[in-house]
Design a protein around this ligand. Structure first.
Ligand code: UGA
Length: 427
Protein backbone atom coordinates (compact mmCIF):
# COMPACT_ATOMS: atom_id res chain seq x y z
CA UNK A 1 0.00 0.00 0.00
CA UNK A 2 1.69 3.23 -1.08
CA UNK A 3 0.36 6.06 1.10
CA UNK A 4 -0.87 5.72 4.67
CA UNK A 5 -3.73 8.22 4.61
CA UNK A 6 -7.28 7.16 5.45
CA UNK A 7 -7.67 4.98 2.36
CA UNK A 8 -4.21 3.37 2.32
CA UNK A 9 -3.93 2.73 6.03
CA UNK A 10 -7.46 1.42 6.59
CA UNK A 11 -7.38 -0.76 3.46
CA UNK A 12 -3.88 -2.04 4.28
CA UNK A 13 -4.82 -2.93 7.85
CA UNK A 14 -8.07 -4.59 6.74
CA UNK A 15 -6.35 -6.58 3.96
CA UNK A 16 -3.88 -7.84 6.59
CA UNK A 17 -6.77 -8.73 8.86
CA UNK A 18 -8.23 -11.06 6.22
CA UNK A 19 -4.95 -12.92 6.06
CA UNK A 20 -2.72 -11.09 3.57
CA UNK A 21 0.87 -10.03 4.04
CA UNK A 22 0.75 -6.23 3.81
CA UNK A 23 3.47 -3.59 3.71
CA UNK A 24 2.34 0.02 4.17
CA UNK A 25 4.81 2.52 2.82
CA UNK A 26 4.90 6.28 3.24
CA UNK A 27 7.56 8.89 2.56
CA UNK A 28 6.61 10.61 5.85
CA UNK A 29 9.11 8.98 8.21
CA UNK A 30 7.46 10.49 11.23
CA UNK A 31 4.20 8.72 10.40
CA UNK A 32 5.98 5.41 9.84
CA UNK A 33 7.82 5.74 13.18
CA UNK A 34 4.50 6.37 14.90
CA UNK A 35 2.91 3.34 13.25
CA UNK A 36 5.88 1.15 14.13
CA UNK A 37 5.51 2.14 17.76
CA UNK A 38 1.80 1.25 17.71
CA UNK A 39 0.36 4.76 17.37
CA UNK A 40 -2.31 5.41 14.75
CA UNK A 41 -1.67 8.73 12.96
CA UNK A 42 -5.42 9.13 12.33
CA UNK A 43 -8.48 8.97 14.52
CA UNK A 44 -10.64 6.13 13.25
CA UNK A 45 -12.74 3.93 15.55
CA UNK A 46 -11.35 0.38 15.82
CA UNK A 47 -8.25 1.09 13.73
CA UNK A 48 -5.73 1.12 16.56
CA UNK A 49 -6.80 -2.32 17.75
CA UNK A 50 -6.53 -3.78 14.24
CA UNK A 51 -3.09 -2.24 13.69
CA UNK A 52 -1.87 -3.77 16.94
CA UNK A 53 -3.40 -7.18 16.22
CA UNK A 54 -2.01 -7.54 12.69
CA UNK A 55 1.36 -5.94 13.47
CA UNK A 56 1.88 -8.42 16.31
CA UNK A 57 0.81 -11.29 14.04
CA UNK A 58 3.48 -10.06 11.60
CA UNK A 59 1.01 -9.74 8.72
CA UNK A 60 1.39 -5.97 8.69
CA UNK A 61 4.51 -3.85 8.50
CA UNK A 62 5.32 -0.17 7.99
CA UNK A 63 8.28 1.28 6.16
CA UNK A 64 9.55 4.34 4.37
CA UNK A 65 11.77 2.12 2.21
CA UNK A 66 9.75 2.11 -1.00
CA UNK A 67 12.32 0.02 -2.89
CA UNK A 68 11.92 -2.92 -0.49
CA UNK A 69 8.14 -2.52 -0.31
CA UNK A 70 7.77 -2.56 -4.09
CA UNK A 71 10.05 -5.53 -4.59
CA UNK A 72 8.45 -7.70 -1.98
CA UNK A 73 4.92 -7.18 -3.31
CA UNK A 74 2.82 -8.84 -6.01
CA UNK A 75 0.04 -6.27 -5.91
CA UNK A 76 0.78 -2.58 -5.40
CA UNK A 77 -2.04 -0.26 -4.36
CA UNK A 78 -1.56 3.43 -5.09
CA UNK A 79 -3.30 5.22 -2.21
CA UNK A 80 -1.70 8.65 -2.31
CA UNK A 81 -3.61 11.94 -2.15
CA UNK A 82 -5.25 13.51 -5.20
CA UNK A 83 -5.99 17.03 -3.91
CA UNK A 84 -7.45 19.94 -5.83
CA UNK A 85 -4.74 22.09 -7.44
CA UNK A 86 -4.38 25.44 -5.68
CA UNK A 87 -6.46 28.18 -7.29
CA UNK A 88 -8.28 25.85 -9.70
CA UNK A 89 -10.75 22.98 -9.80
CA UNK A 90 -8.25 20.61 -11.46
CA UNK A 91 -7.04 17.44 -9.78
CA UNK A 92 -3.40 17.39 -8.74
CA UNK A 93 -2.07 14.00 -9.84
CA UNK A 94 1.58 14.70 -9.10
CA UNK A 95 1.70 12.26 -6.13
CA UNK A 96 0.19 9.48 -8.25
CA UNK A 97 2.68 10.02 -11.06
CA UNK A 98 5.60 10.35 -8.67
CA UNK A 99 4.94 7.00 -7.07
CA UNK A 100 4.35 5.44 -10.51
CA UNK A 101 7.88 6.53 -11.44
CA UNK A 102 9.19 4.90 -8.29
CA UNK A 103 7.35 1.68 -9.11
CA UNK A 104 8.99 1.79 -12.56
CA UNK A 105 12.41 2.41 -11.06
CA UNK A 106 12.38 -0.35 -8.45
CA UNK A 107 10.30 -3.15 -9.99
CA UNK A 108 12.24 -6.19 -11.10
CA UNK A 109 9.40 -8.66 -11.63
CA UNK A 110 5.71 -8.78 -12.63
CA UNK A 111 3.23 -6.72 -10.63
CA UNK A 112 -0.40 -5.66 -10.64
CA UNK A 113 -0.73 -1.95 -10.02
CA UNK A 114 -4.05 -0.85 -8.58
CA UNK A 115 -5.21 2.73 -8.26
CA UNK A 116 -7.23 3.04 -5.06
CA UNK A 117 -6.83 6.79 -4.93
CA UNK A 118 -9.71 8.70 -6.51
CA UNK A 119 -8.37 9.52 -9.98
CA UNK A 120 -9.97 11.14 -13.05
CA UNK A 121 -11.08 8.95 -15.93
CA UNK A 122 -8.06 8.17 -18.10
CA UNK A 123 -5.46 8.30 -15.30
CA UNK A 124 -4.77 4.55 -15.65
CA UNK A 125 -3.82 5.22 -19.30
CA UNK A 126 -1.37 7.92 -18.18
CA UNK A 127 0.13 5.57 -15.59
CA UNK A 128 0.61 2.96 -18.30
CA UNK A 129 2.44 5.51 -20.46
CA UNK A 130 4.86 6.24 -17.61
CA UNK A 131 5.49 2.51 -17.22
CA UNK A 132 5.96 1.78 -20.91
CA UNK A 133 9.73 1.17 -20.63
CA UNK A 134 9.08 -2.01 -18.63
CA UNK A 135 5.60 -2.55 -20.07
CA UNK A 136 5.67 -6.34 -19.77
CA UNK A 137 6.09 -6.21 -16.01
CA UNK A 138 2.89 -4.32 -15.25
CA UNK A 139 -0.88 -4.55 -15.42
CA UNK A 140 -2.64 -1.38 -14.34
CA UNK A 141 -6.16 -1.67 -12.96
CA UNK A 142 -8.58 0.52 -11.00
CA UNK A 143 -10.24 -0.39 -7.69
CA UNK A 144 -11.71 2.76 -6.17
CA UNK A 145 -12.43 2.88 -2.46
CA UNK A 146 -15.87 3.80 -1.08
CA UNK A 147 -15.17 3.83 2.66
CA UNK A 148 -16.37 6.71 4.82
CA UNK A 149 -14.28 8.31 7.52
CA UNK A 150 -15.49 7.36 10.97
CA UNK A 151 -17.01 4.15 9.61
CA UNK A 152 -14.10 3.05 7.50
CA UNK A 153 -13.50 -0.42 8.93
CA UNK A 154 -17.13 -1.41 8.74
CA UNK A 155 -17.32 -0.02 5.20
CA UNK A 156 -14.26 -2.04 4.17
CA UNK A 157 -15.60 -5.28 5.63
CA UNK A 158 -19.20 -4.92 4.50
CA UNK A 159 -19.23 -2.82 1.33
CA UNK A 160 -22.34 -2.72 -0.87
CA UNK A 161 -20.06 -3.43 -3.80
CA UNK A 162 -16.43 -3.75 -4.77
CA UNK A 163 -15.67 -2.12 -8.09
CA UNK A 164 -12.73 -3.34 -10.14
CA UNK A 165 -11.92 -1.97 -13.57
CA UNK A 166 -9.50 -3.73 -15.85
CA UNK A 167 -8.94 -4.00 -19.57
CA UNK A 168 -7.61 -7.56 -19.07
CA UNK A 169 -9.27 -10.64 -17.58
CA UNK A 170 -6.43 -12.22 -15.55
CA UNK A 171 -6.02 -9.48 -12.94
CA UNK A 172 -9.77 -9.54 -12.36
CA UNK A 173 -9.49 -13.12 -11.17
CA UNK A 174 -6.65 -12.25 -8.85
CA UNK A 175 -8.66 -9.36 -7.39
CA UNK A 176 -11.71 -11.59 -7.06
CA UNK A 177 -9.60 -13.97 -4.96
CA UNK A 178 -8.20 -11.16 -2.86
CA UNK A 179 -11.68 -9.92 -2.03
CA UNK A 180 -13.22 -13.40 -1.60
CA UNK A 181 -13.41 -13.17 2.24
CA UNK A 182 -15.58 -10.07 1.75
CA UNK A 183 -17.66 -11.13 -1.22
CA UNK A 184 -18.34 -14.48 0.52
CA UNK A 185 -20.33 -12.50 3.06
CA UNK A 186 -22.57 -11.07 0.35
CA UNK A 187 -20.89 -7.98 -1.10
CA UNK A 188 -21.19 -7.60 -4.83
CA UNK A 189 -18.03 -7.83 -6.99
CA UNK A 190 -18.62 -5.55 -9.94
CA UNK A 191 -16.23 -5.55 -12.87
CA UNK A 192 -15.95 -3.04 -15.69
CA UNK A 193 -13.32 -1.36 -17.83
CA UNK A 194 -10.52 0.56 -16.11
CA UNK A 195 -11.97 3.88 -17.22
CA UNK A 196 -15.40 2.75 -16.11
CA UNK A 197 -14.20 2.11 -12.55
CA UNK A 198 -12.41 5.45 -12.41
CA UNK A 199 -15.58 7.27 -13.40
CA UNK A 200 -17.88 5.25 -11.10
CA UNK A 201 -16.04 6.66 -8.10
CA UNK A 202 -16.49 10.30 -9.16
CA UNK A 203 -20.07 9.71 -10.23
CA UNK A 204 -20.91 8.13 -6.86
CA UNK A 205 -19.44 10.95 -4.80
CA UNK A 206 -21.00 13.62 -7.00
CA UNK A 207 -24.40 11.94 -6.80
CA UNK A 208 -24.25 11.66 -2.99
CA UNK A 209 -23.22 15.32 -2.79
CA UNK A 210 -26.18 16.15 -5.05
CA UNK A 211 -28.59 14.28 -2.76
CA UNK A 212 -27.36 16.21 0.27
CA UNK A 213 -27.49 19.55 -1.54
CA UNK A 214 -30.98 18.79 -2.82
CA UNK A 215 -32.33 18.11 0.66
CA UNK A 216 -30.47 21.11 2.08
CA UNK A 217 -32.18 23.40 -0.45
CA UNK A 218 -35.54 21.78 0.28
CA UNK A 219 -34.89 22.40 3.98
CA UNK A 220 -34.87 26.13 3.21
CA UNK A 221 -38.26 25.77 1.55
CA UNK A 222 -39.56 23.69 4.48
CA UNK A 223 -38.63 26.45 6.92
CA UNK A 224 -40.67 29.00 4.97
CA UNK A 225 -43.62 26.74 4.21
CA UNK A 226 -44.02 25.23 7.66
CA UNK A 227 -43.07 21.67 6.81
CA UNK A 228 -40.67 19.34 8.60
CA UNK A 229 -37.76 18.36 6.33
CA UNK A 230 -37.36 15.02 8.10
CA UNK A 231 -40.85 14.08 6.91
CA UNK A 232 -39.78 14.95 3.38
CA UNK A 233 -36.62 12.77 3.66
CA UNK A 234 -38.61 9.85 5.01
CA UNK A 235 -41.49 10.24 2.60
CA UNK A 236 -39.20 10.55 -0.42
CA UNK A 237 -36.61 8.09 0.78
CA UNK A 238 -39.12 5.28 1.25
CA UNK A 239 -39.38 5.11 -2.52
CA UNK A 240 -36.73 2.50 -3.30
CA UNK A 241 -35.91 4.33 -6.53
CA UNK A 242 -34.76 7.27 -4.40
CA UNK A 243 -33.46 5.62 -1.20
CA UNK A 244 -33.43 7.22 2.23
CA UNK A 245 -29.70 7.56 2.86
CA UNK A 246 -27.77 10.81 2.43
CA UNK A 247 -30.97 12.80 2.73
CA UNK A 248 -30.17 14.32 6.12
CA UNK A 249 -30.36 18.10 5.88
CA UNK A 250 -27.64 19.98 7.74
CA UNK A 251 -24.66 22.22 7.16
CA UNK A 252 -22.78 22.30 3.88
CA UNK A 253 -21.23 18.91 3.10
CA UNK A 254 -17.53 18.83 3.89
CA UNK A 255 -14.61 16.46 4.27
CA UNK A 256 -11.74 15.49 2.06
CA UNK A 257 -13.85 13.95 -0.70
CA UNK A 258 -17.16 15.51 -1.77
CA UNK A 259 -15.88 19.10 -2.17
CA UNK A 260 -12.74 17.88 -3.98
CA UNK A 261 -14.39 15.23 -6.15
CA UNK A 262 -17.33 17.35 -7.36
CA UNK A 263 -14.83 19.94 -8.58
CA UNK A 264 -12.58 17.24 -10.02
CA UNK A 265 -15.45 15.74 -12.00
CA UNK A 266 -16.44 19.10 -13.48
CA UNK A 267 -12.83 19.78 -14.43
CA UNK A 268 -12.40 16.40 -16.15
CA UNK A 269 -15.71 16.84 -17.99
CA UNK A 270 -14.52 20.23 -19.23
CA UNK A 271 -11.49 18.55 -20.78
CA UNK A 272 -13.94 16.41 -22.77
CA UNK A 273 -16.01 19.55 -23.52
CA UNK A 274 -18.96 18.30 -21.48
CA UNK A 275 -20.94 20.68 -19.30
CA UNK A 276 -21.96 18.99 -16.02
CA UNK A 277 -24.37 21.78 -15.07
CA UNK A 278 -26.04 19.82 -12.25
CA UNK A 279 -22.75 19.16 -10.47
CA UNK A 280 -21.71 22.78 -10.99
CA UNK A 281 -24.91 23.96 -9.28
CA UNK A 282 -24.28 21.57 -6.41
CA UNK A 283 -20.82 23.04 -5.83
CA UNK A 284 -22.21 26.59 -5.87
CA UNK A 285 -25.19 25.78 -3.66
CA UNK A 286 -22.96 24.08 -1.11
CA UNK A 287 -20.64 27.07 -0.94
CA UNK A 288 -23.62 29.40 -0.46
CA UNK A 289 -24.98 27.20 2.32
CA UNK A 290 -22.06 28.02 4.59
CA UNK A 291 -22.86 31.75 4.26
CA UNK A 292 -26.59 31.21 4.66
CA UNK A 293 -26.21 29.27 7.93
CA UNK A 294 -23.60 31.71 9.24
CA UNK A 295 -25.84 34.69 8.56
CA UNK A 296 -28.61 33.01 10.52
CA UNK A 297 -26.58 33.60 13.67
CA UNK A 298 -27.39 37.31 13.20
CA UNK A 299 -31.08 36.48 12.97
CA UNK A 300 -30.78 34.65 16.29
CA UNK A 301 -28.47 37.00 18.20
CA UNK A 302 -28.95 40.30 16.34
CA UNK A 303 -26.59 42.27 14.13
CA UNK A 304 -24.14 43.16 16.90
CA UNK A 305 -22.18 40.10 18.02
CA UNK A 306 -19.63 41.98 20.11
CA UNK A 307 -18.83 40.03 23.31
CA UNK A 308 -21.63 37.54 22.64
CA UNK A 309 -20.64 34.15 23.98
CA UNK A 310 -21.06 31.44 21.37
CA UNK A 311 -20.24 27.80 22.16
CA UNK A 312 -19.74 25.15 19.49
CA UNK A 313 -20.45 21.51 20.14
CA UNK A 314 -18.31 19.70 17.58
CA UNK A 315 -16.17 21.30 14.88
CA UNK A 316 -15.10 18.37 12.68
CA UNK A 317 -16.89 17.86 9.34
CA UNK A 318 -18.62 14.76 10.72
CA UNK A 319 -18.51 12.66 13.91
CA UNK A 320 -15.99 9.92 14.72
CA UNK A 321 -13.17 11.63 12.90
CA UNK A 322 -10.63 14.32 13.78
CA UNK A 323 -10.74 15.58 10.19
CA UNK A 324 -11.39 19.30 9.79
CA UNK A 325 -11.15 19.50 6.00
CA UNK A 326 -13.90 21.67 4.54
CA UNK A 327 -15.83 21.69 7.80
CA UNK A 328 -18.39 24.49 8.08
CA UNK A 329 -16.68 25.49 11.35
CA UNK A 330 -13.63 26.69 9.40
CA UNK A 331 -15.69 29.54 7.95
CA UNK A 332 -18.22 30.07 10.72
CA UNK A 333 -15.87 30.42 13.68
CA UNK A 334 -13.44 32.96 12.12
CA UNK A 335 -16.42 35.02 10.88
CA UNK A 336 -18.11 35.12 14.30
CA UNK A 337 -14.83 35.95 16.04
CA UNK A 338 -14.19 38.74 13.55
CA UNK A 339 -17.58 40.18 14.43
CA UNK A 340 -16.47 40.35 18.07
CA UNK A 341 -18.06 37.19 19.48
CA UNK A 342 -16.17 35.10 22.01
CA UNK A 343 -16.23 31.55 20.71
CA UNK A 344 -15.66 28.43 22.82
CA UNK A 345 -15.61 25.01 21.26
CA UNK A 346 -15.52 21.45 22.45
CA UNK A 347 -14.90 18.50 20.16
CA UNK A 348 -14.37 14.92 21.37
CA UNK A 349 -11.41 14.65 18.96
CA UNK A 350 -9.58 17.45 20.78
CA UNK A 351 -8.38 20.97 20.08
CA UNK A 352 -7.74 22.16 16.53
CA UNK A 353 -4.65 23.92 15.22
CA UNK A 354 -6.88 25.74 12.70
CA UNK A 355 -8.28 27.99 15.48
CA UNK A 356 -5.07 28.47 17.44
CA UNK A 357 -4.30 31.89 16.01
CA UNK A 358 -7.79 33.35 16.55
CA UNK A 359 -7.50 35.36 19.73
CA UNK A 360 -11.13 35.19 20.90
CA UNK A 361 -11.55 31.46 20.20
CA UNK A 362 -10.97 28.91 22.97
CA UNK A 363 -10.94 25.11 23.19
CA UNK A 364 -12.71 23.70 26.26
CA UNK A 365 -12.10 20.24 27.61
CA UNK A 366 -15.69 19.25 28.29
CA UNK A 367 -19.28 20.09 27.39
CA UNK A 368 -20.08 21.87 30.66
CA UNK A 369 -17.14 24.28 30.74
CA UNK A 370 -17.74 24.93 27.04
CA UNK A 371 -21.37 25.93 27.47
CA UNK A 372 -21.44 27.38 31.01
CA UNK A 373 -22.10 31.03 30.13
CA UNK A 374 -23.13 30.70 26.49
CA UNK A 375 -25.60 33.09 24.88
CA UNK A 376 -25.84 30.69 21.96
CA UNK A 377 -24.89 27.02 21.64
CA UNK A 378 -24.30 25.84 18.08
CA UNK A 379 -24.47 22.08 17.55
CA UNK A 380 -22.35 21.51 14.47
CA UNK A 381 -21.24 17.86 14.58
CA UNK A 382 -23.52 15.02 15.66
CA UNK A 383 -21.13 13.15 17.99
CA UNK A 384 -22.96 10.54 20.12
CA UNK A 385 -22.16 12.30 23.39
CA UNK A 386 -24.23 15.32 22.29
CA UNK A 387 -27.34 13.29 21.55
CA UNK A 388 -29.05 13.43 24.93
CA UNK A 389 -27.93 16.69 26.48
CA UNK A 390 -29.89 18.54 29.12
CA UNK A 391 -29.19 22.14 28.16
CA UNK A 392 -30.60 23.48 31.41
CA UNK A 393 -27.96 21.61 33.39
CA UNK A 394 -24.95 22.43 31.20
CA UNK A 395 -25.39 26.19 31.20
CA UNK A 396 -26.09 28.79 33.85
CA UNK A 397 -27.50 31.29 31.38
CA UNK A 398 -31.30 31.05 31.59
CA UNK A 399 -31.67 32.88 28.27
CA UNK A 400 -29.41 30.52 26.33
CA UNK A 401 -30.40 29.84 22.72
CA UNK A 402 -29.65 26.66 20.83
CA UNK A 403 -28.90 26.45 17.10
CA UNK A 404 -28.95 22.81 16.04
CA UNK A 405 -27.43 22.29 12.58
CA UNK A 406 -28.02 18.51 12.63
CA UNK A 407 -31.59 18.32 13.95
CA UNK A 408 -30.42 16.24 16.90
CA UNK A 409 -33.09 17.55 19.23
CA UNK A 410 -36.82 17.58 19.34
CA UNK A 411 -38.76 20.84 18.93
CA UNK A 412 -41.39 19.96 21.56
CA UNK A 413 -38.90 18.85 24.19
CA UNK A 414 -36.85 22.00 23.75
CA UNK A 415 -40.05 24.03 24.08
CA UNK A 416 -40.93 22.17 27.28
CA UNK A 417 -37.54 23.18 28.68
CA UNK A 418 -38.38 26.75 27.72
CA UNK A 419 -35.41 26.98 25.37
CA UNK A 420 -35.23 29.22 22.32
CA UNK A 421 -34.39 26.58 19.75
CA UNK A 422 -33.48 26.81 16.07
CA UNK A 423 -32.89 23.85 13.78
CA UNK A 424 -32.77 22.98 10.08
CA UNK A 425 -35.76 22.64 7.79
CA UNK A 426 -38.41 22.87 10.46
CA UNK A 427 -40.95 25.63 10.81
C1 UGA B 1 -17.39 10.03 1.27
C2 UGA B 1 -18.23 8.89 0.68
O1 UGA B 1 -19.42 8.72 1.46
C3 UGA B 1 -17.43 7.59 0.65
O2 UGA B 1 -18.19 6.58 0.02
C4 UGA B 1 -16.14 7.81 -0.14
O3 UGA B 1 -15.31 6.66 -0.13
C5 UGA B 1 -15.36 8.95 0.50
O4 UGA B 1 -16.18 10.15 0.51
C6 UGA B 1 -14.12 9.16 -0.35
O5 UGA B 1 -14.25 9.55 -1.51
O6 UGA B 1 -13.01 8.82 0.11
P1 UGA B 1 -16.70 10.82 3.75
O7 UGA B 1 -16.30 12.11 3.10
O8 UGA B 1 -15.72 10.15 4.66
O9 UGA B 1 -17.09 9.72 2.62
O10 UGA B 1 -18.00 11.07 4.64
P2 UGA B 1 -19.59 11.04 4.41
O11 UGA B 1 -20.18 10.25 5.48
O12 UGA B 1 -19.94 10.68 3.03
O13 UGA B 1 -19.97 12.58 4.67
C7 UGA B 1 -19.58 13.63 3.80
C8 UGA B 1 -20.29 14.91 4.16
O14 UGA B 1 -21.68 14.81 3.88
C9 UGA B 1 -20.21 15.27 5.65
O15 UGA B 1 -20.03 16.66 5.77
C10 UGA B 1 -21.57 14.85 6.20
O16 UGA B 1 -21.95 15.55 7.35
C11 UGA B 1 -22.45 15.19 5.01
N1 UGA B 1 -23.76 14.47 5.00
C12 UGA B 1 -23.80 13.14 4.78
C13 UGA B 1 -24.92 15.20 5.16
O17 UGA B 1 -24.91 16.44 5.35
N2 UGA B 1 -26.12 14.55 5.08
C14 UGA B 1 -26.19 13.23 4.87
O18 UGA B 1 -27.33 12.69 4.80
C15 UGA B 1 -25.01 12.50 4.72
Amino acid sequence: MIGTGYVGLVSGVCFADIGNQVICVDKDKNKIDKLNSGISPIYEPGLYELIKKNFTAKRLSFTSNIDRAINTSDIIFICVGTPTKKGSINVDLSFVYKCTKEILKYSKRKKIIVTKSTVPVGTGDEIEKILKKKKKLFTVISNPEFLREGEAIRDFRYPDRIVVGSNEKKPLNIMRKLYAPITNKGSKFFTTSRRGAELIKYASNAFLATKITFINELANLCERSGVNVEDISLGMGSDSRIGGRFLRAGPAYGGSCFPKDTKGLVSVAEKYKINLSVVKSVIKSNQERVNLLTKRVHKILGSNLKNKKISFLGVTFKPNTDDMRDSTSLKMIPYLCKKGAVVNYYDPSGHKKEFKKIKNCFFKRDIKSNCLKADLIILLTEWDEFKSLNFRSITKNKKVKVYDLRNLYNNDEMKKDNLEYYSIGRS
